[in-house]
Design a protein around this ligand. Structure first.
Ligand code: MG
Length: 299
């Protein structure tokens, strides 16, 4: 799940540096619990993606997610968050994030669906999102949109290294997207209204993680072992501007262009980064960036 950049966008540099001291630092034992929560999220994605077939409703996917949570003895963190009524967010086509699962939204072949899922184990949170293609017949531009969004996330995850600062993650995400060939629609819209966040004993914590570089925000806190972040680029085939529907949740692109959303939760450990919500801890993808993933504390 993403957090709004709204108030954060108004932060002055001095305020940002002060808030950096409030970033929660986890012990290895706590990171192991977050890994357990992350693996539940990965299982939710696997099951929900398999259920995302033409004719299914988004409520069907929510029920699949609820069962995975229960089967793993995990608690939902989305359900009831600020009154959110689902275990997952299901965001179809021009919906960027925070789509509410319901019985009325029937998936059609050709839809692009983002499934954002979260779980709590022993009080420790996991949060991640994937984009899936329902049925068939998707234009190459849509496949490329999701690829670019996912890969920009991995570029950001690979920047979660000792010696870097928060801005290096934002720079990696934005830089990856800007280096890609432009889509036929004109350009990729990097959504600025929402972003990633710290995660741990709560789902949304400091610091806010922008998916672009904003100079007046400074470089942000140093990345140190024990820090855990959710990195979640949201990209559209058109505008970066969004609005919220009357349900107070559903975020839609202003021009109704299709969007993609990918997210992983990641921990920085003394042994390097561990992608908490990736089944392999991010090992294969981080290696493409020359980064070795930390050993999995759960083996
Ligand atoms: Mg999130």
């Amino acid at each position: 799940m993403g957090v709004t950049s709204g108030t954060g966008g108004q932060l002055l540099l001095s305020e940002l540096e002060a808030s950096a001291e409030m970033v929660e630092i986890k012990t290895p034992e706590q990171i192991a619990k977050m890994r357990a929560a992350g693996l539940v999220v990965a299982a939710m994605h696997k099951e929900c993606a398999a259920a995302a077939v033409p004719g299914a409703t988004t409520k069907d996917l929510d029920e699949v997610a609820a069962k995975v949570l229960a089967d793993h003895g995990a608690k939902p963190n989305f359900l009831g968050y600020g009154g959110f009524p689902g275990n997952i967010c299901t965001s179809v086509n021009d919906v960027v994030v925070h789509g509410i699962p319901d019985r009325e939204t029937v998936l059609n072949s050709g839809d692009v669906l983002s499934i954002d899922a979260g779980a709590i184990i022993d009080g420790w949170h996991g949060d991640a999102a994937i984009t899936v293609f329902v049925g068939e017949g998707h234009a190459p531009e849509l496949l490329e949109l999701s690829r670019v969004t996912e890969e920009s996330m991995w570029a950001g995850l690979a920047a979660m290294r000792k010696g870097n600062r928060l801005v290096d993650i934002s720079k990696a995400v934005e830089g990856y997207i800007r280096r890609q060939p432009r889509p036929a629609s004109g350009k990729y819209g990097i959504i600025e209204d929402y972003g990633g966040h710290g995660i741990g004993s709560e789902m949304h914590m400091d610091p806010h993680v922008l998916n672009y570089v904003e100079r007046r925000r400074g470089r942000g806190p140093k990345l140190v072992p024990g820090m855990c972040l959710a990195i979640e680029p949201m990209v559209s085939l058109g505008t970066a501007k969004t609005h919220v529907l009357e349900d107070d949740w559903t975020v839609v692109t202003d021009d109704h262009s299709c969007s993609s959303h990918w997210e992983h939760s990641i921990a920085l450990t003394e042994q390097g980064p561990l992608v908490l919500t990736a089944p392999d801890g991010g090992r294969a993808k981080l290696a493409e960036y020359g980064v070795e993933a930390a050993p999995d504390p759960l083996g």
